[in-house]
Design a protein around this ligand. Sequence first.
Ligand SMILES: [Mg+2]
Length: 382
Amino acid sequence: MSKIEKFELFKVPPRWLFLKLTTDDGLVGWGEPVCEGKAETVAAAVKELGSQLIGHSATDIEDAFQLMYRAGFYRGGPILTSAASGIEQAMWDIKGKALGVPVYEMLGGKCRDRIEVYRWIGGDHPRDTGEAAKEAAAQGYKAVKMNGTDELRWIDTYDKLEATVERVAAIKEAVPGMRIAVDFHGRVHKTMAKKLIHMLDEYNLMFIEEPVLCENEDEFIEFARTCHTPIATGERNYTRWGFKHMLTRGGVDIIQPDVSHCGGILEARKIAAMAEAFDVAFALHCPLGPIALAACLQVDFCSPNAFIQEQSAGIHYNAGYDLLNYMKNPEIFKWKNGYCELLTKPGLGIEVNEDYVREMAAKGHDWHNPVWRDSDGIIAEW
Ligand SMILES: [Mg+2]
């Protein structure tokens, strides 16, 4: 039986952290254990958790998760679960390669042949959204997402909200059939969010994401009472327990765990099943690199309530780097009419270009999100 022998980490631009896991019989698996802006912290957590896994069976994934999550007494949160997620992804990659099957084959098998993908437009401060939507449509996308607003105070002026509505209207006019998601990014406080959701309701958005921060998720139930736009959230929630109250309380239409933050592939699949029991849709968060995206797709192909996948091709964070550069088989992420076709190779289905990874790791990165302040100097949500 293959045993875990070696952990190697690669901090690569634009803002990612890759993990190469090697077994005593020479199998290799890749994972992406990163929390954006906290790569060094997660790397330290991977080393600490990994030291307990040396000599552990490389294919007893549930046991490894239990060890990483429960045996350490302190649990959860973005750092520890992101570290565990990347390790868990690499173990699935190894297990799939050992058995010669894609990961979804070990999670019940495929229940779809392809999954829709959407792309980001407009950047941090979205402008010229009509033109950007036209470009996305020319690339075959049927759905886009954009940030909703600039920085906002607790109580702010309505012209900032009207600007958001204008940018949505510009997309509708430029590409009438384009489905639109608007990410409030937790930037909007509840009073302004209530108003903006109401103003956007007539545009039949695909969803509004993080209308308020997840720490204020009690508000979702109120939003659901007063508007008809689907509400999505979940990129800053971790493990089944992080979604339990959200699902039982209601008010959320789409949950968006991140397979590199929530606990990994099996944890994401379990969260999808929990959501399914509440008739809640599933759309994995993924503004990350190619390994995380491959891990997401493995979950999508075996989760009935998954309906669309985020991905980072063309995203504003990537600036000069592309997820395809890190792959030897980039063709698997060449979308056809806005869909990703079923991945068929063993494990995660991605062939990592290790030479390029090593070259880029020598360069590294020091990515942190921008710090925003409002006109009076107060820190604003980014
Ligand atoms: Mg988001």
